[in-house]
Design a protein. Sequence first.
Length: 245
Amino acid sequence: MARKLEIFLSFATLFLINSTDLSLGASLNSYCESWRINVEVHNIREFEVVPQECVDYIKKYMTSCQYKADSEMAIYEVKLYLGNCHCFKSSGKDAWIFDLDDTLLSTLPYYEKHGFGGNKLNSTSLELWMSESKAPALEHTLKLFHEIKVKGLKIFLVSSRREGLRSATVDNLIKEGYHGWTSLILRGLEDELMQVKDYKSNVRKRLVEQGYTIWGIIGDQWSSLKGYPHAKKTFKLPNSMYYLS
């Protein structure tokens, strides 16, 4: 980890030094935008915190119209896919998977008070906040959720939240307008030692074994999308505040 940090700081320093034709502020913005983009395309992985020099940049992005526009573009692509997909089996086994945090419900109110990813995650603090059932819905995915439900697909909510948060999670979802999902799947004790990617892959494997065709997954973390068995199509929402492996 120390070696990774040393390499990262060296790269950041070189980036700023070599940007002599720009002001320092412009150079830093360019660097932080490059960092964010490389998180989104999965070149930067397993980071524990947002670089301190980029925290303000990530804060501005996550609270900006651009974040909303980027999310809505992803949703638009989902709708195009669903509109052009005329192969649902109508057998009751057509499935769609939603991630939960920062896909259906926003953790932004929590991260606003905890450094926008610039502080190392305190899981106890985050789970306490989740237990209060105050996470707001993400409007763009709330609409998509109901559109997919109308198409007759079975909706599975697959979250890395722990089973002990089930009641608070259900209350939060219903309060924010979500209802009619087929199953909410949370991490049991047997899942807690797994990486998130492996846990979610196992969930998909069980669904496929039950005869479901997974037509799509939408989530804000690559760990929600990667791994076997694959969905027919996956869609990534922006989130560079944290990384779940």
